[in-house]
Design a protein. Structure first.
Length: 198
């Protein structure tokens, strides 16, 4: 599996294809910049995994991945991260980067009632909510290609604490679970990635 980062602060992305650049020109700013740094991070992650991929265009909001490739992209505040691996080894991959805080009053949009206890005490609740949101985003990206339209949103996922992260499963069907690792970043951000449960 490969992991990579790209940033708008690097200058124009050099690891994107001409087809990806053409597609980006059809998008409004700042979406164009997010798309390009996301694809740059993705191509770096593909190389880090020892794989190759041509242009990665899109199907709606999701990347249209080449046959045999599993990947996930996230971007926040001018920084993009990506995970990539061979689909036969990693049927589910998800990554999420969050560099902007969430207000605790938004918890009901992310968590169901039994999960509210995961917020902990009021003084740490904002930091915990950001980690829970990011964990669910990573899990959703990993599970939605496997489960299809039945998985409609973050509240359709249940997180169970597990070591330095969570186990995530869909409430709508008893399908696969993913293990989500959470890393708190300097400056208050969160990086999460989801892989198939061992």
């Amino acid at each position: 599996m490969g992991f990579a980062v790209a940033s708008v602060h690097e200058g124009p992305p050099v690891t994107v294809t001409d087809e990806e650049r053409r597609l980006a020109r059809t998008m409004p700013q700042p979406r164009r910049g997010d798309f390009l740094i996301g694809r740059s991070a993705l191509h770096r992650a593909v190389r880090a995994a020892g794989l190759t991929a041509g242009a990665v265009l899109r199907d709606g909001p999701r990347p249209r991945l080449p046959e045999g490739l599993a990947a996930s992209i996230s971007h926040s505040r001018g920084v993009a991260v990506a995970l990539a691996g061979a689909a036969d080894r990693f049927p589910a991959l998800g990554v999420d980067l969050e560099l902007t805080d969430l207000p605790v009053r938004a918890a009901h949009l992310v968590l169901r009632e039994p999960e509210h206890a995961l917020l902990g005490p009021a003084r740490t609740a904002p930091k915990r909510l950001l980690a829970l949101y990011s964990a669910k985003e990573a899990a959703f990206k990993a599970l939605s290609p496997l489960l299809g339209p039945e998985l409609r949103g973050l509240r359709d996922l249940r997180l169970t604490p597990d070591g330095d992260g969570f186990l995530a499963r869909a409430l709508v069907c008893p399908g696969p679970r993913v293990r989500v690792t959470v890393r708190h970043l300097a400056g208050g951000g969160v990086l999460c990635w989801a892989l198939p449960e061992d």
